[in-house]
Design a binder for this molecule. Structure first.
Ligand code: PMP
Length: 319
């Protein structure tokens, strides 16, 4: 882990309807979600803009819309609209007063303290959201070394990978743990059909013969918000063709460039897969250009994409 992990600002959570100190936000050990992973979570970033002296939360609405889609599948009934969830989050971050990059973690969970029930109905829904200081998740200056995992992504009719179900992340965690233990930076999971799916917390892109290629949603990937950002940006700003299609494992080995995208990982270049170099093994040219554009956008420096950025604090004090 890179970046700062210590903050001197008050850390708050919005928990059980109130803003309270993070260390006081807790749940009982019989909570259903604690036993069975019956929760939907999100990972959202607030990106500090030093010149302006405020942060920008990136695509806040889109994250909560995805979260509510997951909640519908898990019969989680939140008493808040997307609008209200956004307002709660902005207020929580504003009250914390961070002046650095942050990671926001909302969680909607089956809060009833009852075990030995596998029926999602008649269980209450809890909601909690907190933010922590969070620098880089992967080394952005380097090109990562990935392996193909021996673990496979589950299918939509197993544990749906298109929504962020807490329990489902055991799959990702097994893959990441084994990859790191074997000396790799990240694992790439294949799906049940054997096609390339995604990283443990990132979507995957390759560049071959001047085209950007990424697996389609039907390949059981998470519909990443960074993925959709990059597809838009590549079409609008770089002008190369984007193809959503199956990717074979061996195609990775012969791609010209490769990168991973995710809220935590941002846009991380991949230099090697299974001990084979991608291009010359360093960050590719198009990848580098995209990183530059992407970081401008998420820090609220690109007026064209400001509609994706929620400023916190909303208003700046006059000097
Ligand atoms: N795939 C998986 C499995 C993930 O956990 C994430 C992180 N949410 C992503 C892809 C990237 O999604 P996003 O860009 O929305 O963070």
């Amino acid at each position: 882990m890179f970046g700062k992990e210590v903050s001197y600002m008050p850390q708050l959570a919005f928990h059980k309807g109130d803003y309270i100190p993070l260390e006081q936000a807790s749940v009982g050990i019989m909570t259903h979600a604690f036993h069975y992973g019956t929760a939907i979570f999100e990972g959202i970033r607030g990106n500090w803009n030093a010149e302006e002296g405020r942060g920008y939360i990136f695509r806040l609405r889109d994250h909560y819309e995805r979260m509510l889609r997951g909640c519908a599948v898990l019969h989680l009934e939140l008493p808040y609209s997307v609008e209200e969830l956004c307002n709660i989050t902005v207020e929580m971050v504003e009250r914390c007063g961070y002046s650095e990059d942050i990671y926001i973690r909302p969680l909607a969970y089956k809060s009833t303290e009852r075990v030995a029930t596998l029926n999602l109905n008649n269980l209450d829904t809890g909601f909690t959201v907190f933010a922590i200081p969070f620098g880089a998740y992967m080394d952005l200056e380097a090109a990562a070394h990935c392996c193909t995992s021996s673990w496979r992504r589950p299918e939509d009719n197993m544990i749906p990978p298109g929504i962020k179900i807490s329990g489902g992340y055991v799959n990702n965690i097994l893959a990441k743990t084994d990859a790191v233990a074997a000396g790799f930076d990240e694992a790439i999971l294949l799906n049940q059909a054997g096609y390339v799916c995604e990283g443990t917390g990132e979507n995957l892109f390759i560049i071959r013969n001047g085209r950007l290629i990424t697996p389609p949603l039907e390949d059981n990937i998470l519909p990443g918000i960074t993925r959709s950002t990059i597809i838009d940006v590549v079409r609008n700003e770089i002008g190369i063709e984007v193809e959503e299609r199956h990717i074979l494992r061996t195609e990775l080995y012969v791609s010209d460039e490769m990168f991973l995208t995710g809220t935590a990982a941002h846009l991380t270049a991949v230099g090697k897969v299974d001990n084979r170099s991608i291009g010359d093994g360093t960050i590719g040219q198009i990848t580098k250009e995209l990183q530059k554009i992407y970081f401008g956008i998420i820090r609220g420096r690109n007026p064209k994409y400001l509609h994706w950025c929620t400023p916190v604090p909303k208003r700046l004090e006059k000097a």
